[in-house]
Write a protein that binds this ligand. Structure first.
Ligand code: GH3
Ligand code: MG
Ligand code: MG
Ligand code: MG
Ligand code: MG
Length: 311
């Protein structure tokens, strides 16, 4: 049962859905100095359900991109102040925009210029006039690939949870959202004597046990809680807006229920247990110290017999 007040849970689910919808929309930033070209491109995109925003001054690109968060850029070649190639080269210097699809849409017919634009960071070169269906299809395909790439860079393929590095970023994010006087509980959860499960029943059975931990955590925690796979058989969770005693009760329940879960193997079922280390605001104030303290508590849980939760 998810914790917390019911009304705020419902509200947070609604906000999640709104956010999900916004994320599903394709957003294209058009960098183009001709107003007629902008109108034409925007009409073509909107006919295919693609949201867009246009700027006629390439110098505004970074400011607008920060705000609008485009999934792709449609770039003109020749504009006042600078060329599309110059803007794209500058964009590629910024880690956040290194893989953002940049699609050139220009009347430049010279192959040498086109190849140069691709070499300096463009993903595709379309020449004007472009068929609106081709334009929409190129934009959508590039965006889908880009999103798949982002997703697989942030998630673990075995469990679908956030991976190690994204988990740390998410703890930072929750911490910033919780401050100055909010609540945040971080826990590290590790499967006990997992090596013997692999040794006795094989790696695929071990994988299934890892998946069942992920499934249980995701099912028991709120959509606003972080659940990540921190290492091989080690998980991290971060729960905002809950006091440590309440969180420990919840984690204790998850630990207990997991210990009763049967896991199938070739000749029957096995049981596995979890050790959990917990740390919370305001005892620790940074993401790395919260994680380190949860890790210390986890070691303590291992030392004192496993299958337990330690604060
Ligand atoms: P402890 O109770 O102290 O945590 O002991 P343990 O055996 O669980 O811990 P240890 O760190 O010695 O072993 C963890 C093992 O997890 C070693 C590694 O081969 C295995 N492992 C790591 N990732 C995966 C995976 O994705 N799938 C499977 N099946 N095993 C994995
Ligand atoms: Mg132009
Ligand atoms: Mg272990
Ligand atoms: Mg270990
Ligand atoms: Mg471990």
């Amino acid at each position: 049962v998810p914790v917390g007040n019911k009304v705020s849970d419902v509200l947070s689910r609604i906000l999640d859905l709104v956010e999900m919808h916004e994320q599903e929309m394709h957003r294209v930033l058009i960098v183009e100095d001709s107003a007629t070209a902008i109108a034409h491109i925007r009409r073509s995109l909107s006919q295919h359900g693609i949201d867009s925003k246009a700027i006629n001054d390439p110098r505004l690109l970074f400011e607008v991109a920060n705000e609008y968060r485009p999934d792709a850029i449609l770039m003109d070649m020749y504009m006042p102040f600078c060329t599309g190639v110059e803007v794209t080269s500058a964009l590629r210097q910024i880690p956040e925009y290194q893989a953002l699809p940049v699609i050139y849409l220009s009347s430049e017919n010279d192959i040498v210029q086109q190849v140069e634009a691709l070499r300096l960071g463009g993903d595709q070169f379309l020449t004007k006039p472009v068929n609106p269906i081709i334009l929409a299809s190129v934009v959508k395909t590039k965006i889908e690939r880009y999103r798949e790439m982002l997703y697989s860079g942030q998630h673990d393929s075995l469990t679908g949870l956030f991976n190690h590095s994204t988990s740390k970023v998410q703890v930072e994010r929750l911490l910033h959202a919780a401050q100055p006087d909010g609540q945040l509980v971080v826990a590290m959860i590790d499967i006990d004597r997992f090596k013997t499960i692999n040794d006795n029943y094989g790696h695929p059975v071990g994988d299934q046990v890892i998946r069942s931990v992920a499934w249980l955590l995701r099912g028991r925690l709120r959509s606003t809680d972080l659940v990540g796979r921190y290492g091989g058989e080690e998980f991290i969770i971060a729960l905002p807006g809950i006091d440590p005693a309440q969180a420990i009760g919840l984690i204790e329940q998850i630990r207990e229920d997991f210990s009763q879960l049967p896991h199938a193997h070739a000749h029957g079922t096995l049981r596995a247990t979890l050790s959990c280390g917990v740390a919370a605001l305001p005892d620790y104030l940074t993401a790395s110290s919260l994680i380190a303290a949860a890790d210390d508590a986890l070691l303590e849980a291992k030392r004192t017999g496993r299958n337990r939760v330690v604060l």
